[in-house]
Design a protein around this ligand. Structure first.
Ligand SMILES: C[S@@+](CC[C@H](N)C(=O)[O-])C[C@H]1O[C@@H](n2cnc3c(N)ncnc32)[C@H](O)[C@@H]1O
Length: 318
């Protein structure tokens, strides 16, 4: 049962959410919220988004960065990062420009996204040269991309057997410190499939940290409107039932076998960002409607779960 998943028209609509995320990130980058020299290759033309949207993405990217940094501080670069439902995320390239490039970086998404991401990588030297080893070798197998320390593979995250097979093909190691990222992904999976994935990952990686960024508190009026808007675009967030209050997401991870888990809504995360970062955002784009940003932040949560002592002290207030 767990491995029989049929492809639906809705999957196409889910894939389109990646285009949205990429365009929003590019817009915020162009306005100067954070630096990303690679996002421009993945989203060509973008309309200016509302300041609250830009601010929301800024908080999301900063929060993820903060925990990625904490993870890397604890295990150095002899580790692996697995980006689940990676979309057109550029983290691999951004880390390559620092001293923090990791031993193995694995990206998983639907075949259509993987295909498109590789086409873009292939067309742009600045992206391609960073996945080639000294011999310039990149192996393409069944549309998947395998290079030394970088793998981009097609995988339906609802299918346990496929996840296991692709992680092995991408040389994921059970004994390596592992950072798992799922940024706006689990919410597209039925709760049962999301739980199974969390359980599978907890069992597979005994020394690991998991960062989940997801919608939360969808039961109120704001959540209702959000769900209706997505529905109109053909997406019916199958995991919405699991998107309760933030602490429910931590409980979910604990129930799936993660040793520790904590969640914060994005209002809390925003307050925990360095004063200088928040002040800079205010200078970039003043907000007319602060209430709107508060509402948006109240409907997204960051969850950090871990296994293994080395990651026991990952914290928002570290
Ligand atoms: C909103 S986008 C987020 C992309 C990226 N994580 C980011 O934050 O920029 C959601 C991504 O999850 C992927 N996704 C959703 N359900 C999936 C599934 N069952 N298997 C693989 N990928 C999935 C989509 O294709 C899409 O790329």
């Amino acid at each position: 049962m767990d491995n029989i998943v049929s492809w639906t028209v809705e999957d196409e609509a889910i894939i389109a959410t990646n285009t949205d995320a990429t365009e929003c990130k590019r817009c915020a980058v162009e306005l100067g919220y954070w630096k990303d020299d690679y996002i421009k290759y993945f989203a060509k033309h973008v309309d200016r988004k509302a300041p609250e949207i830009n601010r929301g993405y800024y908080a999301r990217v900063k929060a993820m960065e903060m925990f990625i940094h904490q993870f890397l501080e604890r295990c150095d670069t002899k580790c692996q990062i697995i980006n689940l439902g990676c979309g057109f995320d550029t983290l691999y390239w951004r880390l390559k420009d620092t001293t923090q490039a990791v031993a193995n970086f694995i990206e998983l998404d639907f075949p259509a996204v993987v295909r498109k991401k590789y086409q873009i990588i292939k067309r742009n030297k600045q992206l391609l040269e960073k996945i080639c080893n000294e011999d310039g070798e990149v192996v393409i197998r069944s549309g998947d991309v395998h290079a030394a320390g970088y793998h981009l593979a097609a995988c339906d995250l609802r299918c346990e057997r496929e996840v296991a097979r692709q992680l092995a093909a991408c040389e994921a190691r059970a004994d390596a410190p592992t950072l798992l990222l799922a940024e706006c992904v689990l919410v597209y999976l039925r709760p049962g499939a999301g739980d199974a994935l969390l359980r599978q990952l907890a069992a597979a990686f005994p020394r690991a940290a998991l960062l989940l960024y997801e919608q939360c508190n969808l039961a109120d009026r704001f959540g209702e409107v959000m769900l209706r808007n997505l529905h109109a675009r053909g997406v019916s967030l199958e995991g919405a039932a699991a998107a309760g209050p933030p602490h429910a997401q931590a409980r979910r991870a604990l129930a799936a076998g993660w040793a520790r888990a904590r969640s914060w809504d994005m209002r809390e995360v925003w307050r925990a960002l360095p004063d200088a970062d928040r002040a800079r955002a205010d200078r970039l784009e003043p907000l007319d409607e602060r209430e709107l940003l508060q509402q948006l932040h109240a409907h997204y949560a960051l969850t950090v779960a871990s296994r293994g002592e080395i990651f026991a002290d990952l914290d928002l207030h570290a």
